[in-house]
Design a binder for this molecule. Structure first.
Ligand SMILES: NC(=O)c1ccc[n+]([C@@H]2O[C@H](COP(=O)([O-])OP(=O)(O)OC[C@H]3O[C@@H](n4cnc5c(N)ncnc54)[C@H](OP(=O)(O)O)[C@@H]3O)[C@@H](O)[C@H]2O)c1
Length: 304
């Protein structure tokens, strides 16, 4: 059969692909077009059945989307792509290096002699927490997550890095400042924040492992996540994205521990962003799985 490719923006014809059959998948279409146009590798291509329709999955067959003897597909060029691992490593290595650069109190930023002034216990503990968090994320990116997408647009690297690197510098500048004042309630506040932070990091890690276990290696399978024998995964009973819940909890604890406004603003920005994503993911779960548990919220149990 022959499939006509049309540009998804202009609607104009691009080319015809021959040698496909109703059982061919979108992945086969991508490979066929790649043979014609070697600049457009499969990860760079996206297809829709309707000009404004949703992006088709690689596993969708032509017959499933109503193409039998012939038909048309709308093609979108996703632009230059980079591997997810590269994106995440760039995003997360930046905050580590930037934060620790402020921690050593460079004279160029804080003035000569800043490094020799006394450093509060809260500052040391905050640096340890920050380092732990981003080292954990780097290791999880490489060893835990099983992403379904091979790549993402190159431009995302700049957008995401600006967010993480910018906030790292903003928080680090104030927490490591020689004029930083330790938390008002002293050690009680410091250790309560630290305990909350450790608890939330353990929870976040547990949820990432539970999500990994949902997907067999090398597959793109998606399943309904449920609480397992690890008590930290219990949050799955009440929210769809407990990894985000724990992440917000970790940064709230960090803000309490350091009692620093920029840390609070970082927490707020992360909370807003993760709430938007969690609501989207929650809606997807409900659309995708007819038996999705009714009682769950997106990110904050019983509320959002
Ligand atoms: N501080 C901040 O502002 C901030 C913002 C965002 C993220 N984060 C942190 O980074 C972590 C990772 O973020 P993320 O947005 O990538 O998390 P995510 O969307 O929840 O995904 C984590 C991993 O689990 C997989 N997964 C999710 N649901 C699944 C399901 N139902 N079945 C099978 N696999 C599933 C995902 O695969 P897919 O590739 O298919 O999605 C991905 O590999 C977060 O948990 C959070 O700790 C922090």
């Amino acid at each position: 059969m022959e499939v006509q490719l049309l540009d998804s923006r202009s609607g104009k014809k691009i080319t015809n692909l021959k040698g496909l059959s109703p059982t061919s998948t979108i992945e086969d279409v991508k490979k066929a077009y790649f043979k014609q146009n070697p600049n457009l590798y499969p990860d760079r291509q996206a297809y829709r059945a309707e000009q404004k329709g949703k992006i088709l999955k690689d596993t969708d067959t032509l017959s499933k989307i109503g193409l039998q003897e012939s038909g048309k597909l709308y093609f979108k060029d996703l632009g230059l792509q980079v591997g997810w691992t590269t994106v995440f490593l760039t995003e997360y290595a930046g905050p580590l290096v930037i934060y620790l650069s402020f921690y050593i109190r460079p004279a160029i930023i804080y003035g000569a002699g800043a490094a020799s002034q006394p450093v509060s216990k809260a500052v040391h503990i905050a640096a340890a927490c920050w380092t732990f968090h981003y080292a954990k994320r780097l290791l999880e990116t490489v060893f835990v997550h099983r992403f379904s997408h091979g790549t993402m647009p190159l431009t995302n690297i700049f957008k995401n890095s600006a967010y993480y690197w910018g906030f790292a510098a903003f928080v680090a500048y104030f927490v490591n400042h020689p004029l930083y004042t330790p938390p008002m309630f002293g050690d009680k506040q410091l250790y309560a924040g630290l305990a909350g932070f450790i608890f939330a990091e353990l929870g976040n890690f547990s949820v990432h492992v539970a999500l990994r276990n949902l997907r067999p290696a090398g597959s793109k399978e998606r399943k309904i996540p449920y609480a397992d024998s690890n008590p930290f995964t219990w949050l799955f009973s009440v929210v769809s994205c407990p990894n985000y819940t724990y992440e917000v909890m970790a940064w709230t604890s960090f803000s309490i521990m350091t009692q620093c406004l920029p840390a609070g603003l970082f927490t707020l920005a992360g909370f807003v962003q993760m709430t938007i994503w969690a609501i989207g993911k929650h809606k997807n779960y409900r659309r995708e799985f007819s038996k999705y548990p009714r009682g769950r919220k997106s990110i904050i149990p019983f509320i959002i």
